[in-house]
Design a binder for this molecule. Structure first.
Ligand SMILES: Cc1cc2nc3c(=O)[nH]c(=O)nc-3n(C[C@H](O)[C@H](O)[C@H](O)COP(=O)(O)OP(=O)(O)OC[C@H]3O[C@@H](n4cnc5c(N)ncnc54)[C@H](O)[C@@H]3O)c2cc1C
Length: 399
């Protein structure tokens, strides 16, 4: 049996290795367009490779996949994060879990994963061709004809694992696949505003952010950057809102509660407590709720609080303005920036085109798809790679 895997990334390698292990007598070839193999694995997780996540039950995993979601329940039932951890361990790669449940190789070096995959390929006699770009693919009876500009190959089974490549989606559309228009996901928000200007690096452990006129609302750590806002709360919004925010050209307003779920009334009460208990304390010197001091001073000044006055003399008008700014600060977002640690594409081959029990194309026998080429994407945390591992594993078992 001749199997050709197109794409030398995470999903391509994982499919090829597992197919070769299950069928040692088959001839497996990986074709990669560029001169580099596993290049995204190399840069992933800031060079450490956030390879998977500590959550393992399918019900716990699917909420992290805005595209895929419930459809992935049965996928993770077949091959979940813990299976990946075992898989790596059986091949000599140990992993460790961080407090937020992200998992990395114990070396904290993505090269460990790359070396593991390349070693397996060598052991299993998998042929790898680089600088080999798929230009055309056609079905000819039970066989597939795969063409680049320079060479043609014939395969009995084909795995497409070309990631988010617009040119390759066009080639697949010619075969007859339906594609959801790709748009970026996992990005940060561009905001120019005097309230956060010059405060880059300041973090809020549990902010709550709502995009006005939408149902999009997320909470979690938030970070002020040079160009606006980042951190898990913002990245989650960018992922869930990937399509909606693209439609409005990334121009929208957000309401920020810097104090998570504290209500305006509670904050007003707590300001009053400060007023009664510490009437002589200079307001700008004593942030409430451990807010970063530079932010507190800047927001106090913005609200018209005199830098010299103590809590005992805080006028009602300024107190109300402070409460509003802390719990319902309205900010205008104008554009997005790349989150360099991880970004993905929302969109790709529609999931209705694939049987997720096998990852075989419903309308094309012998053709399988895995990884980001499909309309599956997730929040940060090792979930995007896990979709590649699960898809690749299922292909190896069903092919
Ligand atoms: C900077 C960065 C950091 C990331 N960090 C993490 C992380 O820590 N954890 C996590 O879970 N996810 C992370 N991700 C997301 C993750 O890298 C992707 O979801 C994953 O790599 C997708 O794997 P894939 O095999 O589907 O596609 P890719 O890894 O993109 O591989 C596809 C391959 O196919 C090749 N190809 C495309 N078209 C053709 C063609 N026509 N012919 C032949 N070859 C072709 C491409 O050159 C490429 O090598 C990160 C992404 C980025 C950009």
């Amino acid at each position: 049996m001749r199997v050709v895997v197109i794409g030398g990334g995470a999903a391509g390698f994982f499919s090829a290795i597992n197919i070769a292990e299950k069928h040692p007598d088959w001839k497996i070839t990986i074709l990669e367009k560029s001169s580099k193999l596993l290049s995204k694995v190399k840069v992933s997780g800031g060079g450490r490779c956030n390879v998977t996540n500590g959550r393992s039950a399918p019900a716990e995993l699917i909420p992290f996949y805005p595209r895929g979601n419930k459809k992935l329940y049965s996928v993770f039932k077949q091959f979940s994060t813990s299976d990946m951890v075992d898989w790596l361990s059986q091949r000599g790669v140990s992993t460790h879990m961080e407090e937020d449940l992200r998992m990395f190789p114990s070396t904290d070096n993505s090269q460990t994963i790359i070396d593991c995959f390349l070693d397996q390929c060598k052991k299993l006699n998998i042929t790898i061709k680089t600088n080999w770009s798929l230009d055309q693919i056609t079905q000819n009876g039970a066989e597939w004809l795969i063409k680049s500009t320079a060479e043609s190959l014939i395969a009995d089974k084909v795995v497409i694992a070309t990631g988010s490549s617009p040119a390759t989606w066009k080639i697949l559309q010619k075969v007859g696949f339906k594609v959801t228009n790709p748009v970026p996901s996992l990005f940060t928000f561009n905001i120019k505003d005097e309230r956060i200007n010059g405060l880059m690096g300041l973090a809020f452990p549990n902010a709550s952010v709502k995009i006005t006129n939408t149902k999009l609302e997320e909470s979690g750590p938030m970070l002020i950057t040079h160009w606006g806002l980042s951190g898990p709360a913002i990245l989650k919004l960018s992922s869930w809102g990937a399509r909606e925010l693209h439609q409005i050209n990334y121009k929208f307003s957000i309401l920020i509660n810097f104090l998570g779920d504290l209500s305006p009334n509670k904050v007003r009460e707590d300001l009053l407590v400060q007023k009664n208990n510490h009437p002589k304390r200079k307001i700008t010197n004593y942030p409430i709720y451990d807010l970063p001091k530079r932010f507190w001073t800047q927001i106090c000044v913005y609200c018209g609080v005199d830098e010299e006055i103590p809590f005992g003399e805080l006028p009602k008008k300024q107190a109300n303005k402070l409460v509003e700014e802390l719990t319902q600060g309205l900010y205008s977002v104008n554009g997005k920036s790349t989150f360099k640690e991880e970004f993905v594409t929302s969109g790709g081959i529609k999931l209705s085109e694939v049987d997720l029990n096998t990852f075989e194309a419903r309308r094309f026998t012998g053709l399988y798809l895995a990884g980001e080429v499909l309309d599956i994407d997730a929040l940060t945390g090792g979930f995007n790679f896990q979709a590649c591992w699960s898809g690749g594993w299922i292909i190896s078992q069903s092919i």
